[in-house]
Ligand binder design. Structure first.
Ligand code: FES
Length: 283
């Protein structure tokens, strides 16, 4: 019930969030497309996990502490916690913008609401910090501002969680894919040398590439956001996704370039005596 009401409230924000998000996304994508290694670092390809999700814990923890310390009268410690919170918000925002540069559709609209709330929270916290730094006068205004900032921050965190949990952004598209080494028939026509070929294996769709007698197979749905790899291109022994350019090694399925932080399911493919093909999942 509460979830549906919140869903409706969030959907109602698309009137302003969509045009703002499209514009902000255009800027973010233009900047990060020129610095792909930095974008991938911020996305968390080196970690195998979205970095933004990890970094957001720091400001939320520090800014919770600000309220507790202010309430118990430890204002100097609260000021330090606030400074840590503000600085770590900046770091989390950088990683978030990197993710945002490859976020589309409804997730982008919702991520725009999330980031707008975080910007408001950050401004409120900065004002609180500036007043605290200006002298040991009446603490009531900066303390109230910290509480207001926290409420906005919590709302932003809720919406950010929604982007992941309700809309599946930055979630491994193969998290529920059944593993298993059972050979299954593959429906496919010709597999010409060095060409991406789409194939069916039961309910799964694969992308196959022939190199001599060897046929490499990956799942066709990109681990990042589900792009069709068979519509991408071959580059340096990898398949490159047509949507945001993630690259997966044909031989291993390993991510070689982000924004994906996950590897791609890999399949062993062999010819059958009847002249067809069969495949099984390896990783
Ligand atoms: S869907 Fe984003 S890189 Fe493939």
């Amino acid at each position: 019930m509460i979830g549906r009401v919140l869903e409706r409230i969030l959907d109602a924000q698309s009137g302003w969030a969509k045009p703002l998000g499209d514009r902000a996304h255009g800027w973010a994508a233009a900047i990060f497309s020129r610095i792909l290694p930095i974008r991938d670092f911020l996305a968390g390809t080196w970690l195998g996990h979205p970095l933004h999700a990890l970094l957001t814990d720091v400001p939320i923890g520090a800014l919770t502490l600000v309220i507790v310390l202010d309430v118990v009268g430890q204002h100097a410690a609260a000021d330090v916690a606030l400074l840590i919170g503000v600085l770590s918000m900046g770091a989390a925002a950088l990683a978030g913008i990197a993710d945002y540069s490859t976020t589309d559709g409804k997730a982008r609209v919702r991520a725009t609401v999330h980031s707008s709330l975080m910007v408001v929270a950050l401004v409120v916290y900065l004002v609180s910090l500036a007043i605290r730094a200006s002298g040991p006068n009446d603490r009531s205004v900066p303390v109230v501002l910290s509480i207001v900032g926290y409420l906005v921050l919590a709302s932003g965190a809720f919406v950010g969680g929604d982007v992941v949990y309700a809309l599946g952004n930055m979630v491994d598209r193969h998290a529920w894919r059944p593993s298993g080494a059972k050979w299954q028939p593959v429906e496919v026509g010709e597999i010409p040398e060095g060409t991406l070929v789409k194939a069916k294996m039961g309910a799964q769709t694969l992308v196959l590439v022939r190199s001599g007698d060897t046929i490499s197979g990956l799942h066709d749905q990109c681990a990042h956001a589900g792009g069709p790899l068979s519509e991408g291109k071959l580059a340096d022994g990898c398949v490159e996704c047509p949507w945001h350019g993630s690259r997966f090694a044909l031989a291993t399925g390993r991510r070689e370039r982000g924004p994906t932080v996950y590897d791609q399911p890999r399949y062993e493919v062999r010819a059958t005596a009847a002249g067809g093909y069969e495949a099984r999942r390896l990783s």
